[in-house]
Design a protein around this ligand. Sequence first.
Ligand SMILES: [Zn+2]
Length: 234
Amino acid sequence: MNVSDSVVRTLHQLLLQIADIKSQIERGPRQIKAAQLQVDTSKDFLQKCRDSIKQKKMEADRKQLQLREREGKIHDWEGKMNSATNNREFQAIKEQIAADTQANNVLSDEILETLEEIDALQIASKDAEEKLKIVEADKVKVDSAVAERLATLHRELARVEGNLAAEETALPADFLVDYKRLVTNRAEDAMAALDDVSCGGCYTGLTPRILDKLRMGQPFLCSSCGRLLYRPEK
Ligand SMILES: [Zn+2]
């Protein structure tokens, strides 16, 4: 191959830089998505709290109405008790009042329990509101930080791609064909630095003949993985 391995090393370094910048660029949208998920989860939780409060309040109202209706009935029974004409009738009314009073005691306890549940939900709802404010503020920060970072990364990518293009323009025609074929298929994985006496890409041991050529600064294709080999920087 009519090119020195220091040229291949430079090309590989540029290709590695490009790959690194591209992977950093891909991370941006993932960070935004993660922040958005936090916002969505907090909103959902807050909505669930609010829905539960609404439902519990309706339940408490319904039970309070039921309680008042039964109190009215008890009041009516008490009126009838005075006008009872015999003892049996009197006893029956008395038992009815006792039963309704007992039912209302149970209902009172239930109402109290529901009101306590509403109190707890209101505290949870307030906490959820605070949490939502925090994650929404975080989302805004992440959005602007990512936008800023992406702008920098795109500028950096353009710069390194420019450097690579400049290096490629200087390549001899015969090498360029092999290089383009390799890089089109494997990008930064098309090349590997020599790792002592092995291919730095697949760790296959190299023959003394190939090692000699590499030591003389001639890049060589690994016969096992096909990567273009070059000497690492000293
Ligand atoms: Zn190899």
